[in-house]
Design a protein around this ligand. Structure first.
Ligand code: OAD
Length: 258
């Protein structure tokens, strides 16, 4: 007898049932997936934007006006926090879903590189990657780890100022990341939305694209987001590091004994 997913009462069971039958799964992740790796989120409890105004430290105009200030207020601390961060069970759980054939692509708003470090094979970095700094004069990239921070703002050999190879507010999303994200969102039949407040555009429009093209949207977040009940019809309330491993186990059980 076929089980109607909606008849299964436990949301993890329902999500696992949907995933085990899915043809193409895409995940959209945000800062929340890295909270258990020791990286604070931007919004909500303990969020970075509670302590500072993003328009003053994360807008391109603020950086252009006073790069030294933005390096001192934000970028140096980000480096310290990201240097120590390692993937948590949510990141490794997504790698396992990929191995099971139940996750094709991760679209991440994070710049911490933890999905790749965990082993995810296809990661679209929507907001760039903090592992690299780019010279504002000659465009040369260098590894953040190798940048000399004794002088702030750090400079390139050509004398130009270095900036993180990330998207500041007020900047365009890298074209390839934007185009591919729209494509994979439109082409999936299940989208997992994990640890994002879904408030920053255009990343927050990906679940809408998925849903408009017939996908089911499953959300993993300790609290409801603006998508909950509108776009995501299956919220799994809780920390990603706890929920994702449970979900992976439930999917495995179904794939082992269909
Ligand atoms: P936010 O900080 O806005 O949202 C983090 C979300 O993660 C919230 O909805 C939390 O409830 C949730 N959360 C917290 N702990 C969690 C956990 N253990 N497991 C799962 N979820 C958890 O982060 P983003 O939505 O990623 O952009 O923010 C989007 C963009 O705003 C960022 O990429 C950044 C920021 O300003 C730029 O800098 C351009």
């Amino acid at each position: 007898m076929m089980i109607d997913p909606d008849m299964l009462s436990d949301p993890i069971d329902r999500a696992a049932d949907i995933l085990s039958k899915a043809r193409s799964v895409v995940a959209l992740t945000g800062a929340g997936i890295s909270v258990e790796s020791g990286i604070p989120p931007f919004r909500g409890k303990g969020g970075l934007w509670e302590k500072m105004d993003p328009m003053e430290v994360a807008h391109i105009d603020a950086f252009m006006q006073d790069p030294e200030r933005v390096w001192n207020l934000l970028i140096k601390d980000m480096k310290t926090v990201l240097d120590k961060a390692r993937p948590n069970p949510a990141h490794t759980g997504l790698v396992e879903l990929e191995r099971l054939g139940k996750l094709a692509t991760v679209i991440t708003q994070n710049v911490d590189g933890l999905h790749q470090l965990a082993g995810s094979g296809d990661v679209i970095e929507f907001h760039g990657n903090f592992a690299w700094q780019r010279c504002m004069e000659c465009g040369r990239l260098r590894r953040t780890a190798e940048v000399d921070l004794t002088r702030i703002p750090p400079q390139c050999d050509c004398g130009g100022i270095l900036r993180p190879d990330c998207v500041f507010f007020g900047e365009m999303i890298p074209t390839e990341a934007m185009v591919r994200s729209q494509q994979v969102s439109a082409g999936c039949d299940v989208m997992l939305v994990i640890g994002t407040s879904a408030t920053v555009q255009p990343a927050a429009s990906m679940p809408f694209i998925a849903r408009d093209n017939g996908a089911r949207v499953i959300e993993i977040n300790p609290e409801p987001s603006p998508l909950t009940g509108r776009i995501s019809n299956l919220p799994l309330l809780g920390d990603a590091g706890r929920i994702i491993p449970q979900l992976v186990e439930a999917v495995k059980e179904r794939l082992d004994s269909p």
